[in-house]
Design a protein around this ligand. Structure first.
Ligand code: THG
Length: 382
């Protein structure tokens, strides 16, 4: 029997690239921001992993929806929503920024794009920030227009991204710096392109604001990509776990505060910038965090997918839980992201993993991102 099908509608949205993704043999979807996201193609996650690290891939990340804040109070509202100090931000900059509520609890972790002094996009993870922003603007009587624009990100990821993008958009795209964006013509239409993306292999994100040319854009990249061994792709679970890229709703939720996620570097508490949750975060900073997201590597052969958190224990005492786990062909171990309780998040701590197949597996806490030079010495010689 074939797997049950997801029905796409106005609520569960396709993207301008969906016909291309389907013609290339997508094997399944997840739903993010009420929009479908490919989970794999004909190759295995392992094959996709090696391909992503060596070549170039085209990812339909149309589910990375933009919340647009525009108008006289746009800068004020954007700053109210994040503990990251935006005062020095310039137009053309991307900023990874946690969004928190009044208790310092995580609402989202978007990339903020500063388009102009009074114009921002929040390129969100999976939660309804549009509603939060509208509520704040109404309650605080802010003069700002809040919309979800008709913008559909397409990612080009992998070490050959520069070569491919230079073919399509010209050599000047090579000069774009990490987490900066600029406009590049395609078919006489300017496209916002950033050097960013949900992998550690380098690449670009194209924010297509004219969905009618989605197929043309995909085809142009695909044609030029043939010389670089291009493949269709999607965020790769192995690469993301090894690289320590977190996913809202998986590694952390509205139950976790900013410090538990390790977002200290994106939170400035000792200046006069005002934002929601500042007092709460100051108190948590003083008290110290109760738990922290770390890596875990563990034995016992290839593990099943982690669909519900797996407990981590030491002598049957609960010390944390795994949120995402997968076999790493690089380390020949399973790699995982986990929330570790206070006292147990030190790299090298030995833990037991209770995976959903009933096995108890031996694990070790690691820093993130997972680095060869830290992990190799921990592994017994094969
Ligand atoms: N691109 C865009 N929008 C997004 C994502 C994206 N929205 C949803 C989701 N991904 C948001 N989450 C992340 C998580 C990590 C990063 C980007 C978005 C990321 N982190 C860099 C890292 O860890 O190396 C650090 C960036 C920094 O320090 O400034 O890139 O992928 N458009």
């Amino acid at each position: 029997m074939s797997a049950p099908k997801l029905t796409v509608s106005r609520r569960i949205r396709a993207t301008p690239y969906t016909p291309k993704v389907e013609s290339l043999g997508v094997s399944g979807y997840s739903v993010v921001n009420h929009t479908i996201l490919a989970k794999g193609f004909r190759k295995s996650v392992e094959e996709d992993y090696w391909h992503l690290k060596e070549h170039v891939q085209l990812w339909d990340v149309g589910c990375q929806r933009q919340v647009e804040l525009k108008g006289p109070d746009a800068a004020k509202l954007t700053q109210l929503m994040t503990p990251r100090d935006l005062r020095q931000a310039t137009a053309g900059q991307c900023l990874y920024a946690p969004l928190v509520d009044g208790n310092g609890l995580m609402l989202n972790d978007p990339i903020i794009l500063k388009l102009a002094d009074n114009h921002f996009w929040l390129s969100i993870a999976d939660s309804d920030i549009l509603l939060w922003a509208k509520g704040l603007a109404l309650g605080m009587k802010l003069n700002v227009k809040i919309t979800e624009p008709d913008v559909w990100p397409l990612a080009v990821q992998g070490p050959k991204s520069d070569d491919l993008m230079a073919q399509v958009f010209g050599p000047s795209i090579r000069d774009l710096k990490f987490f900066q964006f600029d406009y590049f013509d395609f078919d006489r239409h300017p496209l916002l392109i950033a050097r960013s993306g949900y992998s550690k292999q380098g690449g670009f994100e194209i924010y297509l604001d004219k969905p009618s040319i989605g197929t043309e854009l995909w085809d142009a990249l695909w044609q030029a990509g043939k010389a670089f061994n291009i493949s269709p792709g999607c965020p790769n679970l192995i690469e993301r776990v090894e690289g320590g890229l977190l996913s809202y709703g998986n590694e952390f939720t509205m139950a976790n505060n900013l410090f538990e996620c390790g977002f200290d570097e994106y939170c400035q508490l000792d200046n006069d910038v005002e934002f929601i949750g500042k007092q709460a975060l100051q108190q948590i900073a003083k008290r110290g965090r109760e738990r922290l997201i770390r890596g875990v590597i563990f034995d016992g052969g290839s593990c099943p997918p982690c669909q519900q958190p797996w407990p981590l224990t030491i002598n049957e005492e609960f010390v944390g839980e795994i949120s995402t786990a997968i076999w790493s062909p690089r380390f020949q171990r399973n790699v995982a992201l986990a929330m570790l309780e206070k006292g147990f998040w030190q790299a090298g701590t030995q833990v037991e993993v209770s995976s959903s197949d009933g096995l108890i597996r031996k694990g070790l806490v690691t820093d993130l991102p997972m680095q060869d030079k830290q992990i190799r010495p921990l592994l017994p010689a094969d």
